[in-house]
Design a protein around this ligand. Structure first.
Ligand code: ACO
Length: 310
């Protein structure tokens, strides 16, 4: 089976920094409460999905040393598109000057990892270069008067170019895409008010369970053990969720990539943002076994296990 490897990675952050102190000016909350319960200190707000997604994509193409016209497919994961249609991916395609097919997928915060899984299958089927963009502008759907949700979210984008791995022992080893629709009402954004509503406690509980199950599944499919994982790139929703999942997986917390202290929860963008930060810090290196694991509204869940490097 041809394995897909990440050959380029780029990110973009929302325009303005909004700190917990800024939120505490208008909400009955405090920096101390938010940091203790979530690990978030500040988030970045502003920008459209097109603008942020295209910026991240350009960096990813540059790092992969390919032109937009070389792409065979653009997959854009978003649950906060700029318009109902056309898809954000169509506009990104035009902005980049690409000529390939493009579509959006909505699997909430699991969407980027769903995209990696789809890119892997398309490369196995014969495609050569697939761009996966994860972008969300949750600030547009945040009720800024609701202290239970307003403290959590931010805007951002991340993108990867995926190509057939040039070495047999690099690239995606296994993937999993899951859905537990019976939990769909735990986290919603309805057409009636277009605000994010959630049962935070229950989302927390289910999130830890599905993240652990999905991670164990991709490890078992690849015939590998948790102890062999070098780095985990989890969805950045709440530091305590990451902490609980890592504990249950039996993987030291230091192996988890985190950026949510400065980004908040950026949904589809959170995994590539954390991945980019870990690569820059040297916490993900060539040959490392890397586990991506996301969860989100749906309740959706996805995991991918890859051997880092081209
Ligand atoms: N500041 C101060 N107090 C607050 C705040 C706030 N911002 N928000 C809630 N409280 C209060 C509550 O009113 C409650 O008060 P009470 O005891 O008098 O009733 C108390 O703090 C405790 O509230 P809980 O909801 O029990 O707090 P919890 O520890 O569960 O933390 C949180 C809440 C941070 C939302 C947590 O449940 C969480 O992170 N859940 C997961 C959410 C998540 O990951 N969502 C995104 C999924 S990804 C996607 O698809 C978009």
């Amino acid at each position: 089976m041809t394995r897909a490897a990440i050959t380029g990675l780029g990110t973009a952050a929302g325009h303005n920094v909004v700190t917990n102190h800024d939120l505490a000016k208008t909400l009955d909350t405090s920096d101390e409460w938010i940091v203790e319960r979530t690990g978030i200190h500040e988030r970045r707000i502003g920008g459209s999905c097109l603008e942020l997604g295209a910026q991240a994509a350009r960096t990813a193409l540059k790092e992969a040393e390919i032109d937009a016209t070389d792409l065979d497919l653009i997959i854009c994961s978003t649950c906060t598109p700029d318009q109902v249609f056309p898809a954000v991916s169509n506009r990104i395609q035009n902005e980049l000057g690409a000529t390939c097919g493009a579509f959006d997928l909505n699997a909430a915060c699991s969407g980027f990892t769903y995209g990696v899984s789809l890119a892997q299958s398309q490369i196995t089927a014969g495609m050569k270069r697939v761009l996966v963009v994860g972008v969300d502008t949750l600030s547009r759907f945040t009720d800024w008067d609701d202290r239970t949700t307003a403290i959590l979210f931010g805007d951002g984008a991340g993108a990867v170019v995926m190509e057939p791995a040039s070495s047999e022992d690099r690239g995606v080893l296994s993937t999993y895409m899951g859905s537990e629709g019976r939990f769909a009402d735990l986290l919603t954004c309805d057409f009636s008010d277009l605000f994010i509503r959630m049962d935070g406690k229950e989302v927390f509980r289910q999130a830890v369970r599905v993240m652990v199950a999905a991670s164990q599944r991709v490890l078992a499919d690849a015939g590998l053990k948790a102890a062999e994982v070098d780095a985990v790139v989890p969805h950045q929703a709440n530091f305590r969720i990451i902490e609980s999942a890592m504990k249950r997986l039996g993987i030291p917390l230091e192996k988890a990539a985190t950026v949510l202290d400065t980004t908040g929860n950026t949904s589809s963008a959170s995994i590539p943002l954390a991945m980019d930060s870990a690569v820059s810090k040297g916490s993900i290196r060539d040959g490392d076994l890397v586990l991506l694991v996301g969860f989100g509204a749906g309740m959706s869940v996805a995991a991918a296990l890859l051997r880092w490097g081209k």
